[in-house]
Design a protein around this ligand. Sequence first.
Ligand code: GLN
Length: 250
Amino acid sequence: MTTLRVAHLYPEYLNIYADRGNIAVLSSRASWRGIGLEVEPVSLGDDLRPGEHDLLYIGGGQDREQALIAPDLAARCETIREAVDGGVAALAVCGGYQLLGRFYRGRDGEELPGAGLFPHETVAGARRMIGDCLLECELEPGVRRTLAGFENHAGVTRLDDGAEPLGRVVAGFGNDGESGFEGVRVGNALGTYLHGPLLPRNAWLADWILERALEHRTGERRELRPLADELEDEAQNVAAARARLRGGRY
Ligand code: GLN
């Protein structure tokens, strides 16, 4: 049996909105295809070697928790860059998404260093961007999918020119409440503001991530056997309807 190795970065600090639920979804969807998923927590001062894991995962958190881990994460910038350049998959949510950019400046004006993997910078704005959010994504050319989740952030993230967003905002605030884009993509590494957790209501993205991690582990790209996702699809429909109804309003 093939077993995927996941590094869960700072699980005890960055885990608001049940972000660890994303790991549970990845684990279930892998096991339903006879694939193992081994999750290693990697926290302050722990070792992390490039390429040792097939997937890096980091959740969201309050400014206070971000400040506690930011220097440790920033010190891993080369390791994370080398891993992603080598095809390792990654999912970074909200506070973790911000800290994989160049920096996050919080409301108190303190600038937290980032790991510099993602081509963006984040500065906390005067008002929090809270609510349901709906995106249109095209991670594979010509394959349009929707992504539905919940956002709650003060951070206003500005992508560099030419950076690839994760998706186009259909309803909600997204990166900055004005550009019309949300998240970012660098190779197999994805960053997003979407909580919920994200993956239970976006099964296709869970499979996309698993396929990239599997390719890193086995050296070959193969599509996972489809699952009966009626419940997951219904969950996305409900979240999408809520976002269309009230997303993107202060
Ligand atoms: N503390 C960050 C902000 O407010 C991230 C919040 C989060 O992870 N939900 O923008």
